[in-house]
Design a protein around this ligand. Structure first.
Ligand code: NBP
Length: 481
């Protein structure tokens, strides 16, 4: 039998099945394979019935059914499963063939796999795939990176099956090595941040006594303005969702789970030394939520301010909340882009920031009109050092910051936790402050550890003072505090 499949896809769980059906609907012939073979047969006889999808009974069979250069995409559980499949595929493939990992792999793993396969003459791509089940089926956001020779070969498939916004594909080559998975990781971190911000707004609205319908109306209104986005839209729908017992949301346990990509972003931020404070708080907030038993116990012991949240002008305060959400969101994205910039510098990736905003503009969970504004900012200036310095965002914060400060300060007075809204505000204030109190930190470090300091205007010249009159003249070179 002559080879006829354009691409093979391994992994017939929710993402794999839907991506196959997406590729099939766009005219590509896909060969489906899965570790548990029964799933291949079941898929062919059910979801893929009547399509051009073909199945494989073994990896050898799958490889033989592929046009060359062969393209094999993995959509399996990230981690060991990916390495196991790669190990089994390598002896079956030929030089110039391509392996694509579409799972949520760690970007360092992707960089490693890319190098290991480069030596063997194979092209490896690590691609972020975002949008969940629906995105995979009807157009995901795709963030491919790795061995750049693979891009022209997979581009026709990737840019056909991905989401489009105004006919622009939400998929572009990101960069070498683990760049695609790094960008996907930051995307997920930003998703954590967006969700946390919305949850804090919900908490305030609820504390002010708004009903589910009134809250849903606010989200609906915000969804027609600057905050127009998938997450605001689904929040409106979630608020209105009822089952036979009434509104469902109130009965859902307030303990948030996570799969780890937000945590990876926070870890990367610490490793690269970038203050990505909002995503960090979003991750910590999920951990705090999971201390349910301790929180229940503490709620009976620890006192707060002891009065009910109340505002004189509700309409005005609701607008303040929207502005606070918007301003904090700008800071969150600015921080995410700062992290990508630093990682790009260290890893020598040539990231196209406007292109990244466009990739996230459609198809994925953080899709929003706002990402179009970010794309425009990088179109105006592709070397923009920080999103906060773009005129559009600068003006947006100038306009919204009074509202933002009102919301954060009132939430503090009322005892409502707003870690993401407030850390974003502190970041904004820190970033725009010419002289921070770090001079005192430096003095303290030198006082107790002889870590030295620089004087204003004498950068690069490190001085140690004998603060007590009893210390020596020797400065430290090892211990860092
Ligand atoms: P899962 O992450 O649940 O993985 C299921 C697939 O992995 C099945 O094909 C399963 O084979 C295979 N697998 C497992 Br589990 N352990 C294996 C092993 N040790 N060796 C070989 N194969 C193994 O599927 P998914 O939710 O469709 O996600 C696929 C990838 O896409 C993941 O990396 C995920 O993080 C990522 N992702 C998911 C979403 C989403 O919304 N679900 C969104 C974006 C990205 P079996 O059938 O034989 O058990």
């Amino acid at each position: 039998m002559s080879a006829k499949a354009d691409i093979a896809l391994i992994g017939l769980a929710v993402m794999g099945q839907n991506l196959i059906l997406n590729m099939d609907s766009k005219g590509f012939v896909v060969c489906a394979y899965n570790r548990t073979l029964e799933k291949v047969i079941h898929f062919l006889n059910n979801e893929a019935k009547g399509t051009k999808v073909i199945g494989a009974t073994s990896l050898e069979d799958m490889v033989n059914k592929l046009k060359t250069p062969r393209k094999v995409m993995l959509l399996v559980k990230a981690g060991k499963a990916v390495d196991t499949f790669i190990e089994h595929l390598v002896p079956l493939l030929s030089s110039g063939d391509i392996i694509i990992d579409g799972g949520n792999s760690e970007y360092q793993d992707t960089s490693r796999r890319c190098e290991e396969l480069r030596v063997k003459g194979l092209l490896f791509v690590g691609s972020g795939v975002s949008g969940g089940e629906d995105g995979a089926r009807y157009g995901p956001s795709l963030m491919p990176g790795g061995h750049s020779d693979a891009w022209p070969l997979i581009q026709p498939i990737f840019q056909t099956i991905c989401a489009k916004v105004d006919n622009d594909p939400c998929c572009e080559w990101v960069g070498e090595g683990g760049a695609g998975h790094f960008v996907k990781m930051v995307h997920n971190g930003i998703e954590y941040g967006d969700m946390q911000l919305i949850s804090e707004a919900y908490h305030i609205l609820k504390s002010l006594g708004l009903s589910e319908t009134e809250m849903a109306q606010q989200f609906d209104k915000w969804n027609s303005e600057e905050l127009d986005s998938f997450l605001i839209e689904i929040t409106r729908d979630i608020l209105m969702f009822k089952d036979h017992k009434g509104y469902l949301l109130n009965r859902i346990r307030d303990v948030a789970g996570q799969k780890g990509t937000g945590k990876w972003t926070a870890i990367a931020a610490l490793q690269y030394g970038v203050p990505v404070t909002l995503i960090g708080e979003a991750v910590f907030s999920r951990y705090l939520s999971s201390l349910k038993n301790e929180r229940v116990h503490a709620s009976k012991q620890l006192k707060g301010p002891g009065f009910k949240p109340k505002v004189d002008d509700l309409k005005m305060f609701l607008n303040h909340i929207k502005q606070a959400l918007y301003c904090a969101k700008i800071v969150s994205y600015a921080q995410g882009f700062m992290l990508m910039r630093e990682a790009a510098k260290e890893n020598k990736w040539n990231l196209n920031y406007g292109g990244i905003a466009l990739m996230w503009r459609g198809g994925c969970i953080i899709r929003s009109v706002f990402l179009g504004n970010i794309k425009d900012a990088y179109t105006r200036n592709q070397h923009l050092p920080n999103l906060l310095l773009d005129n559009f965002f600068k003006k947006a914060i100038e306009f919204g910051q009074h509202s933002w400060r009102q919301v954060v300060s009132n939430a503090f007075l009322w005892g409502i936790p707003v870690p993401a809204l407030s850390t974003a505000l502190s970041f904004y204030d820190g970033f725009r402050t010419e002289k921070l109190p770090a001079n005192l930190l430096q003095a303290q470090r030198d006082y107790f550890g002889a870590h030295t300091y620089e004087l204003e205007g004498q950068e690069g010249r490190f001085i140690h003072s004998n603060w007590t009159g009893t210390g020596g003249k020797v400065s430290a070179s090892t211990y860092q505090a």
